[in-house]
Structures are given as structure tokens and as C-alpha cells.
Design a protein around this ligand. Structure first.
Ligand SMILES: NC(=O)c1ccc[n+]([C@@H]2O[C@H](COP(=O)([O-])OP(=O)(O)OC[C@H]3O[C@@H](n4cnc5c(N)ncnc54)[C@H](OP(=O)(O)O)[C@@H]3O)[C@@H](O)[C@H]2O)c1
Length: 283
């Protein structure tokens, strides 16, 4: 069985490939990347694949039995067609199974909802073709918060509009483990899984960071309006709106979802403390 993973030059694609290599060796894995030279270090065959270019995938998916489609980063409306380029090429090339990395979230009530909605459309598209399919809805990665610790220290703490809302975080490492299993285990076919760990509040996240990194962060809740204005000033309109929308989603409970990780991966998700400790140990 030959398995391809798209966006192999990105951190999630690389993690999935690393876990696949552990399970089946590197011979039958193909990484597909828009920028192939950024994926050469992975130790598997790399083929060219830009989501905007259907022709790339007609070539890249030749001889492939199962493909993992990592969701794109573009404007939400553009993503739908980009993902269709991969799905249609897979079907035409005789690929038997497609696994898609979707996202947890609310598809109508926040500034992040357009992104969630476009992921839901691709979920439907994946199911409409004749291939076997599995869909993972990824929780929010915990890594960006840990990469931001120096700034949190400078800013005096974590400040956002999540309030007391809880968020079931995950990590690229945990997702890589789960997706490798979902690709290989036929028992997962036809399932939509929430790939998340235990849900925690922002105050609990601050306490965890303090415990592991010996910081002294506190959490301050601000309104959606204030936070969106601040983020737009710091990050520009597009990214600022999206980040505020993500925390608004946490506030209204959109990320406080049950976890299907154990069903998908065959083992429990790591606890938030274990994830933070593991990431710190790798720094
Ligand atoms: N759950 C979360 O918290 C969260 C956070 C951020 C993003 N995401 C989603 O998860 C996905 C993977 O995350 P990541 O950690 O791997 O992000 P990452 O490390 O930033 O990598 C993004 C990947 O997307 C690729 N890409 C962008 N546009 C493409 C196109 N037109 N055709 C083919 N590949 C394209 C990039 O290729 P190049 O190397 O050529 O640029 C890169 O490999 C993201 O794309 C996004 O949809 C989730």
C-alpha cells in the first residue's frame, strides 16, 4: 500500500509522515509539497503539488492507494476549489481512500466561522466521491501559545476574549500519531473524529505554563470588540479578525467538544500537562 501526504513541507504534514515511517518504513510513503525542496529532509519520495494546480495532483497521485489531504491556508472561499482539485485527481487516479484534516469549531457565529464553514464543505466533498474516507476535526494547536511565552511575559499575562470558555487543545505531534493510524486502519473508514485532548480554560492554560516554564502569567479576559480591535492593530485586518474569531469561538463553547481521539488513534490523547512538558523538553 502506497500512501501520500499533502503539504509535506508544513509542520503537520511532516509529523504525519514521521509517524507513518515509524509504522511502515519510508519505502511506501510519498510526500507531496508545493515547495518540494522544503520537504526533502523527511527521507521519503517527494512530489510536486500546489493545491491550485489540478495537473500537479494528476501526476503526484499516480500509483497511490491512500492520500491524506492537509487543509490549505488560503482565503476560505479559495480553499474549497483547491481541495476539490486534490479530491477529484485522487478519484480519477484510482486512489482508494482519502483522509482529510478538518477543524473543530462553529460554522456560523464568529469571525472564524467562514474558515470552519469552508472545512465543512470539503468534508461533504470528500464524502461525495466514491473513495473510502475518514475525517479528523483538529482541535487548536497548543504549540503557538508556547512559542508566544516570551511575549506573554512581556505583556504581563495572557489576554484575550475567551473568558471562562474551555478549549480542547491538541498538538501536531498528537495529530501526527492519530492520522498515521487513521490512514492504516480500515476500521476508521466512514468516521468523523474530533481529534482533541481534555478541554481547559485560559486561566488553566496560564497555570500550566507557569508550572512547566516557571513563569508568573495571569489571565485577563477582555470583550470581543476590544480584543478584535487590538489584534487588528497588531496583525492587520485579515489575521486580527481570524484570531479574535478563534477566541470568540472558545468563549461560546465551540471548542469544548468531546474527544474521539482514542477511537481514532488507538490510545488516549496526552493530557495538556504532558503536551506542554513534552514540547518544552524538545526546545
Ligand atoms: N488547528 C490549528 O490550531 C491550526 C492552526 C494553524 C493552521 N491550521 C490548519 O492546519 C494546516 C496545517 O498546519 P501546519 O501546522 O502544517 O501549518 P504550516 O507548518 O504553516 O504549513 C502550511 C503548509 O501548507 C502548505 N500550503 C499552503 N498553500 C498551499 C497550496 N496552495 N498548495 C499546497 N500546499 C500549500 C505550505 O506549503 P509551502 O511550504 O509551500 O508554503 C505548508 O506545507 C494549515 O494549512 C491550516 O489549514 C490549523
Amino acid at each position: 500500500m502506497r500512501i501520500a501526504v499533502t503539504s509535506a513541507s508544513g509542520k503537520l504534514g511532516a509529523s504525519i509522515i514521521k509517524h507513518l515511517i515509524k509504522k511502515i518504513g519510508n519505502q511506501n510513503i510519498v510526500g507531496i509539497a508545493r515547495t518540494p525542496e522544503k520537504a526533502n529532509h523527511l527521507g521519503v519520495e517527494i512530489r510536486q503539488g500546489d493545491y491550485n494546480n489540478r495537473h500537479d495532483f494528476d501526476k503526484a497521485l499516480q500509483g497511490i492507494d491512500a492520500v491524506l489531504l492537509v487543509s490549505g491556508m488560503d482565503d476560505p472561499q479559495k480553499r474549497i476549489q483547491q481541495h476539490r482539485n486534490v479530491i477529484a485527481a485522487a478519484e480519477q487516479n484510482g486512489v482508494k481512500k482519502i483522509v482529510y484534516t478538518s477543524i473543530v469549531g462553529n460554522d456560523s457565529e464568529t469571525a472564524f466561522s467562514p474558515v470552519v464553514k469552508s472545512n465543512r464543505q470539503t468534508e461533504k466533498d470528500v464524502q461525495e466521491y466514491g473513495m473510502q474516507w475518514v475525517i479528523g476535526r483538529n482541535g487548536i494547536y497548543i504549540e503557538p501559545d508556547l512559542e508566544y511565552i516570551e511575549n506573554y511575559v512581556k505583556e504581563g499575562g495572557i489576554r484575550n476574549c475567551a473568558g471562562d470558555g474551555k478549549c480542547a487543545y491538541t498538538s501536531r505531534e498528537e495529530l501526527g500519531y492519530a492520522y498515521a493510524q487513521m490512514l492504516l486502519d480500515e476500521g476508521n473508514n466512514g468516521q468523523i473524529y474530533n481529534l482533541v485532548g481534555e478541554a481547559i480554560s485560559q486561566a488553566e492554560l496560564a497555570a500550566l505554563i507557569n508550572q512547566v516554564y516557571h513563569t508568573n502569567l495571569t489571565y485577563e479576559a477582555v470583550s470581543v470588540e476590544v480584543y478584535e480591535k487590538e489584534r487588528k492593530e497588531a496583525l492587520g485586518d485579515f489575521l486580527g479578525t481570524i484570531i479574535a474569531g478563534i477566541y470568540e469561538g472558545i468563549n461560546i463553547g465551540a471548542n469544548d467538544v468531546h474527544s474521539d481521539f482514542a477511537k481514532a488513534a488507538g490510545r488516549a490523547h496526552k493530557t495538556p500537562l504532558e503536551m506542554v512538558q513534552e514540547i518544552k523538553a524538545q526546545e
